[in-house]
Design a protein around this ligand. Sequence first.
Ligand code: FAD
Length: 801
Amino acid sequence: MFFLQTLSLSTLIVLGVGVFGFLIYHGVSFWFISALIMLSIYSLGGSSTLLGIVFAGLLLLNLSIIRRYILSFPIYVTLKALKFLPTISQTEKEAIEAGTVWMDAELFSGYPDFKKILAQSYPRLQSEEEQFLEGPTEELCKLVKDWEVYQNRDFPQEVWDYFKKEKFFGLIIPKEYGGLGFSASGNSAIIGKLGSRSAPLGITVMVPNSLGPAELLVHYGTQAQKDYYLPRLANGEEIPCFALTEPNAGSDAGAMTSSGTVFTGEDGQPWIRLNWNKRYITLAAKATLLGLAFKLSDPDHILGEKEDIGITCALIPGSTKGVVVGRRHDPLGVPFFNCPTQGKDVEVPLSAVIGEREGLGKGWKMLMECLAAGRGISLPANCSSGAKTVARVVGAYSMIRKQFGLEIGKFEGIQEQISEISGMSYIMEAARKYTCGGIDQGAKPAVVTALAKYHFTEMFRQVITRGMDVVGGAGISLGPRNLLGHSFIASPIGVTVEGANILTRTLIIFGQGAIRCHPYILDEIHGIEDNDIARFDKGFWGHQAHIVRNLVRMTFLNLTRGFLVIPPRWDSTARYYQKLTWASAKFACYSDIALIFFGGGLKIKERVTARFGDVLSWMYLSSAVLKRFDTDGRLKEDIPLMKWSLQYAFSNMQTAFQELCSNMGLLFYISGLITRFNPLGSYPKDSLSAKVAKCIQKPGHQRDRLTEGIFLSDDLEDALGRLDHAFKVISSRQYLYKKLQVAIKKRVLTKMPIRELIDAAVKEDVLTKQEAQELVEAEDLRDDVVKVDDFSQDEYMQTSV
Ligand SMILES: Cc1cc2nc3c(=O)[nH]c(=O)nc-3n(C[C@H](O)[C@H](O)[C@H](O)COP(=O)(O)OP(=O)(O)OC[C@H]3O[C@@H](n4cnc5c(N)ncnc54)[C@H](O)[C@@H]3O)c2cc1C
C-alpha cells in the first residue's frame, strides 16, 4: 500500500475513484470500505490526528448503537416534525401490505439479479388441466356461438347446464371440496381459451373463479363454511357474485356506505342487519349467493368493546328477505349479467361473516390480499388470448385481402400495425405465463399484478384498435362473420374493472411499489410511525447507502451505456440484459431523488408517479420477454419478436425518463440532457417491424405457436375456421400466382381481373386446367373471406350489438 505515496495526485484521484467506485457499485459492505479508507490514509502518511478523526467518524457511521442516538435521533425528530414521510391510513396500509414482494424488488434494487430470474421455473400445466383444456373447454367453446349469444343476450340453457356439469365455476376450488383445484396457470389457460371464443363466455366463467365467495372462503372461511358452501359452488348449485362497488364508492371502495349493525336475535345470538346499495355487480341477477362488503358497527357492544368494527365480508343467500336483485345494467351491449343490487334490512346470523368472529373487520385486508394475486390471472388471460386472436386474424386477413393488386399485408403501413399487434401479443403472453408461474410458486405479487392488469388491458386496447384498422370495413360490419368487432366494443370493460386503469397507473403501481418493494422505505415509515428509533436508523442509513450505491451505478452505466455489465447470456439477448441493468440503476436513483425531493407530497404528484410506474412496468415486461425467449429454447425464428418487444419496452422507458426529467424542475435539468443525448433505446426500426409482422403472416408452425391456446375451429361455417382454411389454401397456391406474374412480366399475359387472367393463362398454356381450377378455388375462398354480413330490414331491426 505504501507505493501510493509514489503516485501523483491525479493518478491517486483516478485510482481512488476507480477502486471505491468498483466497491460501491458491487455493494461491498461499508465496514470493508471504511477499513480501506483507513488503510489508504495510513499508507499515504496521514497524521495520527487525521486518522483519529476519520476513525471516529467511520465508527460513528458503522456502529448503529452509537449512530442511532447521535445522528439518527435528531434526523428522526426533524422528519417527524416536518411530516416528511407520507402518512398512511389504515385502508392504505392494508392495501400496501397486501400480498408479497417478488421479482419487482429486484428491479427496484437498481442491481437486478437476472440469474435468479432465469432460474425460476416456468409453469407447466398439470395433466388434468391439459385434459380439461382439450376436453370440456374445447367442447364449451364449440357450444357457444358468439353472434348468437349477442342476439339472444344470454347463453342457451344447455351452456348454463354445461358450466355446472363440468364444474366451470369451481376451477379454483380445492379438490377436497369437490372443485377442480387448478393452478393459476391452469385457470388462466382455460379463461383465455374461453375468452378467445366469446368475451361474455370468458367473463362469465372468470368471475366465480376470481375475487369472490369461493376464493374468500378458501382463504378465510371457517371449516363449517367451507364444508357447506365450497362443494355447492364447485358444482354450480350456488352461483356467486361479489358486491363491493357503490354509486359513491367506485375507485375509492373504502368509502362504502353499505352498513351492517349487530343486534341480538330472537335466538339470543348476535345477528347483523344489513343495508346496501351496490352497482355494476357481475352475475348479481343470476346469483344465489351474494358476497357482500360492508362497514360493520356494534353500537350496543354485543361483540365487544369496539363500536366501529370496520369493513367486513359476508355471504348472503340471494333468497334472504330484503335482498333486491333482478335489474340489469347494459355493459356496452356485451351480454353478461352486470347488475345493481340493494339490501333493505336484511338480517343474517353472525355465521354469515366470512371467517365468523375471526373475519370481523378484516374485509378490506381479505379483498386486498386476494386482489394481490387475482388481478394477475383473469384479466391478463383474457387480454393475452384476445391479442393472440387478433394477431391470428390480421396475419391471415392481410395476406388474403388484396388492394391495388397486392395483398394489403405487403404494404408497410399495414406491416407497422401488424408488427405492433404481434409484438404486443408476444409481450403479453410472456408476462402472462411468467406472472402465473410466480403465483403458482406462492407469490402474491401485488405490484406486479397491478402493473399486469394495467398494461395487459391497455395493450389489448391498442391491439384491437389496430386490428380493426387492418381489417377495415370487415371489422365494422357486425354479424357472424365479424371476428373483431365484439372484442373492440368490449375492450374498455377490462380497463375499468379490478381497479380502473388511470388510478392503477398513477397511484398504485409506483405508489405501492415505492413503499413495498423499496428495500428501506417501509422501515423508515414504520420507524417514525411506531417511534421505533432502531428500525428508523436501520432504514434511514440503509437508504443513504442505497442512494450512494445507485448514484455510482447510474453514473458508471450512463458513462459506459451498460456495455461493461456482464450479462447472464452472451447472445442476441446480452445487450438487453445490460440495458435493463442500466435502466434499473437509473430508476432506483431517480425514484430516490424524487422521494427526497417531494417527500410525502409525492403521493399526489400522480403524473410523476405514473411515469415511474411506466418504467417499472416496462422493466418487468422486458424481464418476462427475456424469460420467455429463454424458456422457449432461444429459437432463431423468434429473435425478431424478442428484439422488437425489448426495443419497444426500452423506447417506452426512455419516454418516461425524459418526461420525468422535463417535469421535475431544475434538479433534473442536467439529467434530462444526459437522458436525451444518451438514450436507453428507441422505437424498433422499420426493417425489424417488417420481420415481426411476417412471423404471423405465413401459415405454419411459428404462427401456430405464437397463437397457441386460443380456440381454433376446423369448421368451415365458423368465421375463424373459414379464415384459417382460406389462408392455408391461398398460401399453398402462391407458386401458381407467381406463374401468372412471370407471364405478365414476359408479356405472355396482360393485366386483367384475376378470374379472366386465369382463363387467359390456360389458353396461353401458362397454367394447366388443374392448376387453373386450384386458383379458382383459392379465389372463391378469398371472396368468401372478404364478404361481410348484411341483413334484410326486418332482420336488421331484430339484431342487437
Ligand atoms: C362491467 C363491469 C363489471 C364490474 N363488476 C364488478 C363486480 O362484480 N363487483 C364489484 O364490486 N364491482 C364491479 N365493478 C365495478 C368496478 O370495479 C368499478 O367500476 C371500478 O372500481 C371503478 O369505479 P367507477 O366506475 O365508479 O369509477 P370512478 O371511481 O368514478 O372513477 C372514474 C375515473 O377516475 C379515475 N380515478 C379515480 N380516483 C382517482 C385518483 N385518485 N387518481 C387518478 N384517477 C382516479 C379512475 O381510474 C377512473 O378512470 C364492475 C364494473 C364494470 C363496469
